[in-house]
Design a protein around this ligand. Sequence first.
Ligand code: ADP
Length: 290
Amino acid sequence: MSSWRIRKRLDLDRMASLDGSYVGGLDCGTTTTKAVIIDGTRRILGSCVRKSGANLLESAETALEEALSSAGLSADQVRYIVGTGFGRRSISFAHQTKTEISCHSKGCHHYYPEAITVIDIGGQDNKVVKLDSSGRKSSFKMNRKCAAGTGAFLEEMAYKLDVPVSELEGLARKSSSGTELGSFCTVFTATEVLDRIRGGEKLEDIVRGLFNSVAKRILEMDRLTGRVIISGGVVAHNPIVAEIISERANIEVEIAPHPQEMGAFGAALFAAESVAREAGEEDKLSVARR
Ligand code: ADP
């Protein structure tokens, strides 16, 4: 059992009364787990991105320990933790959980406090969320039934093409023409891609075609309006996706700061709010006692 879990068990009830003003957000995704530590001014002090693997709790603990270490902090200095993402219920030591839609929205609204459309392209799902200027959701669309156009789609195609996923972006940028792939489903796209390579099409054009497919899937989800912000691991490693969406929708598209950690950052913002609320309630209690 890790030291964090032991500390957690001992300190959970004491945490709320500790003086430190640090809080954490953990985003346990299908593909990666992200941890972010922020201070009272909402500044990021430390973060970590690692593979989620099979043991989500262990991955969350390790991500948190690494984020704490990069912040130069110890676990007992963290007052509150909010968990989010597909595996949020596995983070047994989190004080609270929130959906990833809420956390990505919260994080993006922090940087863009106006009406925005948030696109999140993650490992196994895509989301398009519209927020009003106060950060309230006015609509959201999510695909969770199919891998087409997600990070998993790109990983599967990279595997089939025998290219590291980290090289896809560089290859696509070498393409002068690109191509349109006709298939929707990941399995049929893999067959189409391999057929086209055998037919003599250039690898870089095919890879550019894969990113075209990702953009197309997003644009089919909802109409993009207002200021458009993209977050998630796909765009963090493949900013070309934002460019293609922008070209195709003829609208400016901005990549969020620290796009892959945006959900964890939003979770940390919720944690900061909870601590502030608790402090407010304590203040009211002490006033009442006087
Ligand atoms: P989730 O939160 O759903 O687990 P992320 O938002 O972290 O997923 O996005 C994961 C996706 O990001 C992967 O499926 C992959 O497409 C892409 N990705 C992650 N790491 C890399 C990398 N080093 N190089 C290229 N792409 C990456």
